[in-house]
Ligand binder design. Structure first.
Ligand SMILES: Cc1cc2nc3c(=O)[nH]c(=O)nc-3n(C[C@H](O)[C@H](O)[C@H](O)COP(=O)(O)OP(=O)(O)OC[C@H]3O[C@@H](n4cnc5c(N)ncnc54)[C@H](O)[C@@H]3O)c2cc1C
Length: 386
C-alpha cells in the first residue's frame, strides 16, 4: 500500500491487488515506529495521522524476573515523534489507501487474489487474479510482490528462500483492561518465558511466547493450567484470565525468519515479508516493509515514469535494503536464543547483565530505542511528487 501510494504520488500508474474484502484481521502487528512516523511527516500526513485513534508509547519497559526494567527510551530520538504509535493495522491501511485514492493514477482492487504470474520470454509481464467476477489477467511493466510471508508471488517466481530456524511461536488473545492496571504495555520475562501486553485502549492484546510446536501440548494440559501460567507471569490478570474460556479465543501465530537469496527477476521485485519474513521480536516488521517501499520508490519511481525498468535497478533496491534486514534478523535470532528461550537464572529475582546495565545507566536506553525506533539505514522520501 505504501509503495502504491508513493508511486501514484510520483504519477506512475499503479494498481494494488488485495485478496481480502477489507483489512480487518486481528492480531496483526500494529506498531508504527518513529521511523515510519517520520515518513508520515515527510509526506505531510503526520498531523492527520495522529488524529486517528492510537496509543503512544514513549518508553518500553519490561518486567524481568519480577523487576521492572526500562528497556528503551524513545524521548531523545532525533525524530518528530518520540514514541511508538499503536494503531490497528486496518486503520493504518485504510488511512494510507484513502490518501492514495486522491492520486488519479492509483487504483485499489479488493477481493483480487493473485494466483499466478504471467511470464513471457522469461519476463514477468503481469499476474493472474481470482476475483468475484472470475479470473482476470492484469498486465504491467513491473510486478511488486508485497503479499507477505506466505507470498504466492515469490513461490510462483521460483525464488530460493533461505530459512533461519526459529524456536518460538506466539499465542495471541484479548484480555479486558481495568482502570487500576499498569498505564502502558509491558513485556513480562521470567526464566525463559515471555508474555507481552499491548495496551489497546479498553483491552490488552496479550502475546504469550511458547516453544515452537508446543501448542498441542499446552492444549492437552488444559485451560486452567494455561490460566495459571499467565497469572504466574502477570499477576494482575488473575481476576480475568477466565475470560479465556475456550481455545478458539487463543490464536496460534507461527513465527518465521527467512530471506530470499535474490529478490527479483525480469519484471518482478519482492519487498517486505515476501522478500524477508520477520519475527515479531522488536515489532519492526511493518516498519521494515515500509522502509523497503520507500527505498523502491526512491530508486524506481522516476524511471518507471519513463517506462520499464531493468534488473540492474532491482539489484540496487536489494543491495540497499538487504543488510539492514539481515542485521535485524540476526538480532531477532539472538533475542529468541538468549532472551526468550534463554536458560533460567539461578536466583529467582536476578537480572541478566544487559537489563541490569539498562536499569542503572539510563543513557544506555537510547541504544535499544534507536535500534527499535529508527533501525539501521533509515529511508527518507526522495521520490518525486507529480
Ligand atoms: C505473530 C506476529 C506478530 C507480529 N507483530 C508485529 C508488530 O507488532 N509490529 C511489526 O512491525 N511487525 C510485526 N510482525 C511482523 C509484521 O506482521 C510483518 O513483518 C509485516 O506485516 C510485513 O508487511 P508486508 O506488507 O510485507 O506483508 P503483510 O502485512 O503480510 O501484507 C500482505 C498483504 O497481501 C495480501 N495478500 C496475501 N496474499 C495475496 C495474494 N495472493 N493476492 C493478493 N493479496 C494477497 C494480504 O491479505 C495482506 O494484506 C509480526 C509478525 C508475526 C508473525
Amino acid at each position: 500500500m505504501m509503495l502504491g501510494f508513493l508511486l501514484a504520488r510520483a504519477g506512475v500508474q499503479v494498481v494494488v491487488l488485495e485478496k481480502h474484502a477489507d483489512f480487518l484481521r486481528d492480531f496483526r502487528g500494529d506498531t508504527i515506529h518513529p521511523s515510519t512516523l517520520e515518513l508520515m511527516y515527510e509526506l505531510d500526513l503526520l498531523e492527520e495521522f495522529l488524529e486517528q485513534p492510537h496509543q503512544e508509547l514513549a518508553e518500553l519497559r519490561g518486567v524481568i524476573n519480577g523487576q521492572t526494567v526500562p528497556i528503551a527510551d524513545f524521548s531523545r530520538l532525533p525524530t518528530h515523534c518520540k514514541f511508538i504509535a499503536f494503531m490497528p493495522q486496518w486503520d493504518f491501511l485504510n488511512f494510507l489507501s484513502s490518501h492514495a485514492k486522491h492520486f488519479p493514477s492509483f487504483e485499489l482492487r479488493m477481493e483480487h487474489e493473485v494466483t499466478d504470474l504471467i511470464i513471457e520470454n522469461n519476463r514477468v509481464t503481469g499476474v493472474r487474479a481470482k476475483t468475484p467476477d472470475g479470473e482476470l489477467d492484469v498486465r504491467s511493466d513491473l510486478v511488486f510482490g508485497a503479499d507477505g510471508r506466505s507470498s504466492t508471488v515469490r513461490d510462483r517466481a521460483g525464488f530460493e528462500v533461505r530459512q533461519f530456524g526459529v524456536p518460538i511461536d506466539v499465542l495471541w488473545m484479548r484480555i479486558s483492561k481495568h482502570e487500576e492496571d499498569p498505564q502502558q504495555g509491558l513485556g513480562f520475562f521470567q526464566h525463559g518465558k515471555l508474555v507481552v501486553l499491548l495496551d489497546r485502549g479498553d483491552y490488552w492484546q496479550c502475546g504469550y511466547v511458547i516453544p515452537k510446536g508446543a501448542f498441542d501440548l499446552i492444549k492437552a494440559r488444559g485451560l486452567s493450567q494455561f490460566h495459571d501460567e499467565l497469572v504466574t507471569m502477570a499477576g494482575f490478570l488473575r481476576d480475568r484470565v477466565a475470560e479465556l474460556d475456550d481455545w478458539s479465543k487463543i490464536r496460534l501465530l507461527t513465527v518465521q525468519i527467512n530471506r530470499l537469496r535474490t529478490w527479483y527477476r525480469e519484471g518482478l521485485l519482492c519487498i517486505g515479508d515476501a522478500a524477508h519474513a520477520m519475527s515479531p521480536a522488536g515489532g519492526v516488521g511493518i516498519n521494515l516493509a515500509i522502509q523497503d517501499a520507500v527505498a523502491a520508490a526512491n530508486l524506481l519511481a522516476e524511471k518507471l515514469r519513463q517506462g520499464p525498468v531493468s534488473i540492474v535497478d532491482f539489484h540496487k533496491v536489494q543491495r540497499r535494503r538487504e543488510w539492514p534486514v539481515a542485521l535485524i534478523q540476526r538480532m531477532q535470532a539472538f533475542i529468541h536464543r538468549h532472551v526468550v528461550t534463554g536458560r533460567e537464572t539461578s536466583s529467582k529475582s536476578s537480572l541478566p547483565l544487559f537489563p541490569l546495565l539498562l536499569k542503572h545507566f539510563p543513557i544506555l536506553r537510547q541504544l535499544p530505542a534507536r535500534f527499535i525506533g529508527i533501525g539501521p539505514r533509515p529511508e527518507h522520501v526522495c521520490s518525486p511528487a507529480a
